[in-house]
Design a protein around this ligand. Structure first.
Ligand code: AR6
Length: 216
């Protein structure tokens, strides 16, 4: 039960954590506000699942689950805009929106993260309108955009599983598959964090990750 310090530009916790071990800890952020977190590591530490607020993570790039206007909204999008401040919206206005499945980059402004990758997930319409493929493209394009600016640590929320209604387990399976694929495509990527916002979501990610990344 150690104290895990998060500081700008540093990794979330020691690299030496054993594979797939869950534990509880406390994260002290730059703001000096501490809160409980749970995390687990997979794939030799290159994949991390976490319960927490993505706006607090001191990673190179956080991914935003935005809408096609890129001009803010509710959920994680609203939280990212609130935490980043008005400079983020000003920069987003220059981007000309974003199609579902694509991703665009801004700076992190007042976030601890250096960059924000804004992606637009599919609205769930029952699964027959290419939602799986669009969601997979969100993860693929986000990793591509992040790798393009040299990001070594990237954190994702569970794209489309809030307001857009994508079933959580189905979305988590797609997210983990694409992250696994991205790790081999981008060897310089040191850590991908899957940031969950509820214990139930975290349990789903952990169950799927434990089977996908099980040591051979
Ligand atoms: N940190 C991490 N995850 C979060 C946070 C947070 N601070 N806040 C919410 N989540 P949603 P979507 C989780 O609705 O489904 C917006 O209005 C949340 O529990 O944010 O892709 C946009 O502008 C859920 O698991 O995004 C779009 O209009 C996940 O983030 C629309 O919602 C995604 O939920 C996008 O809908």
């Amino acid at each position: 039960m150690g104290l895990i310090s998060v500081h700008r530009g540093r990794s979330l916790s020691p690299q030496s954590e054993p594979l797939g071990v869950s534990r509880r800890g406390r994260v002290a952020h730059d703001s000096c506000v501490a809160h409980d977190v749970r995390m687990a590591r997979y794939a030799s530490g290159r994949v991390e699942t976490l319960l927490g607020d993505i706006t607090r993570l001191a990673v190179d790039a956080v991914v935003n689950a935005a809408n096609s206007s890129l001009l803010g909204g509710g959920g994680v999008d609203g939280a990212i805009h609130r935490a980043a401040g008005p400079g983020l919206l000003a920069e987003c206005r220059l981007l000309g929106g974003c199609e579902a499945g694509d991703a665009k980059l801004t700076r992190g402004h007042r976030l601890p993260a250096r960059f924000v990758v804004h992606t637009v997930g599919p609205v769930w319409r029952g699964g027959g309108e290419g939602e799986d493929a669009t969601l997979a493209r969100c993860y693929r394009r986000s990793l591509e955009v992040a790798a393009g600016v040299g990001a070594r640590s990237v954190a994702f929320p569970s794209i489309s599983t809030g307001a857009y209604g994508f079933p959580m387990e189905r979305a988590a399976a797609i997210a983990l598959r694409e992250v696994k694929d991205g790790l081999s495509r981008y060897p310089e990527l040191e850590r991908v964090t899957l940031c969950c916002f509820s214990p139930a979501d975290l349990a789903t990610y952990d169950r799927l990750a434990a089977s996908l990344f099980a040591p051979g």
